[in-house]
Write a protein that binds this ligand. Structure first.
Ligand code: HEM
Length: 363
């Protein structure tokens, strides 16, 4: 039921919304200067995900108070919480309070939307805004037995989706810039692609659209390569529920097992020169992620039953954000490459991630 806001029909309407959000965000940057890419990406990812997946009515609620609630909720994402989610720690108390407040906020948004749709229906009028978003599909979804989701269930799923995509996508979008801006040769190839797909023939660009973004192969290879070098989820854990016999070993029930995309995607046999940023390893000619030999080694989105459902959205979102940024600014990194920070559940770059920017067309 959650996949309803992740269809191609929905994606078509998302690209222009994301581009508009990017332009709105960068209106605060001057013609040239220095700024922290990571904070920009955190804000852009939450704004674009809320606007597209949850709708303009949720996006318009994003203010400092909501940002604080997200921050408080985030405090619960620490390794110890994986093993003991409900210890009476101050940060867990703050987390639970934030969860309740966000839930109330989202319930009020969905009540307003439901009331508006009900009124239009009673008046025999069409809804002027066709909602393709996730909120709409959750409001209309039913369980197998025909029961609708309660308001609290819809609100809980909305929070879960935003949280699932927030750090993973903002981190990946930051590494995207940190790597690409240091590789001038590949950056030139990316810009040539932008020119060929979106160039207006007069030195500017036409508005972004779904077909164009889907055809930005170079942007896609960069994202894949960044996810190989710095997968945000560096270990995927499971509890063993019954004894498992593996080679000559028994993994007893109650143990934890983990797969690490950070380890497998640096396997030199599968990915030659594994520490080198080389996006074209994902081109159809080389396809290092998809050969039979490499099956199971490239797993930044997990594998099997609980594989990420947000992968196509993450590609669309990050490619669109970066197409819009690269068309607007010339950028270069400041200082040495940022190192990964393994202290939280998601591998973040050490901050700040400073870049120097210059607007292609001054304000
Ligand atoms: C670059 C961005 C992302 C990365 C690297 C990523 C990675 C992952 C990984 C590795 C898993 C599997 C976890 C496991 O098996 O224990 C996962 C699950 C999940 N992801 Fe993502 N994710 C990303 C973006 C998103 C976005 C944008 C959304 C929502 C729109 C999302 C929603 C989910 C959900 C709901 C699950 C749980 C699926 C299940 O348990 O059946 N993710 N993600």
């Amino acid at each position: 039921m959650v996949k309803g806001g992740l269809t191609t029909a929905a994606f078509r309407s998302y690209v222009s919304d994301i581009q508009e959000e990017v332009h709105q965000y960068f209106a605060r940057w001057g013609n040239e200067g220095e700024a922290d890419l990571y904070s920009a990406m955190c804000e852009l990812v939450i704004n674009t995900a809320s606007r597209t997946l949850l709708g303009q009515d949720v996006r318009s609620q994003l203010n400092d108070e909501v940002a604080r609630l997200y921050h408080d909720l985030d405090l619960g994402f620490t390794p110890i919480n994986f093993l003991f989610p409900n210890l009476p720690l101050p940060r867990n108390i703050v987390r639970d309070r934030a969860n309740l407040q966000l839930r109330e906020l989202f319930v009020s948004v969905l009540r307003k939307r439901a009331a508006r749709l009900e009124k239009l229906k009673a008046e025999g009028k069409e809804d002027s805004e066709v909602h393709h978003d996730m909120l709409n599909s959750l409001m209309n979804a039913t369980y197998k037995d025909g029961r609708s989701l309660s308001e609290v269930e819809v609100a809980g799923l909305m929070i879960a989706l935003l949280m699932a995509g927030q750090h993973t996508s903002s981190t990946s979008a930051t590494w995207f810039g940190l790597y690409l801006l240091r590789d001038k040769e590949y950056l030139a190839k990316v810009m040539a692609e932008q020119e060929s797909i979106f160039g207006d023939g007069k030195g500017g660009y036409v508005p972004l659209d779904f077909e164009g973004i889907s055809n930005c192969d170079r942007l896609e290879y960069v994202l894949k390569e960044v996810l190989r070098l710095c997968p945000p989820i560096f270990q995927i854990m499971r509890t063993v529920t019954e004894d498992v016999y593996f080679n000559d070993m028994v993994i007893p029930a109650g143990s934890y097992v983990a797969v690490s995309p950070s380890v497998s995607s640096l396997d030199g046999k599968a990915f030659p020169n594994p520490n080198t940023f080389d996006p074209d390893r994902f081109s159809p000619e080389r396809a290092e992620d998809s050969t039979e030999k490499n099956k199971g080694l490239y797993v930044p989105f997990g594998h099997g039953r609980h594989r990420c459902i947000g992968e196509p959205f993450a590609y669309l979102q990050i490619k669109t954000i970066w197409a819009a940024i690269l068309q607007t600014f010339e950028l270069e990194p400041v200082g040495p490459m940022n190192q990964p920070n393994f202290n939280s559940m998601i591998v973040l770059p050490e901050t700040p991630c400073m870049v120097r920017y210059k607007r292609r067309v001054p304000l």
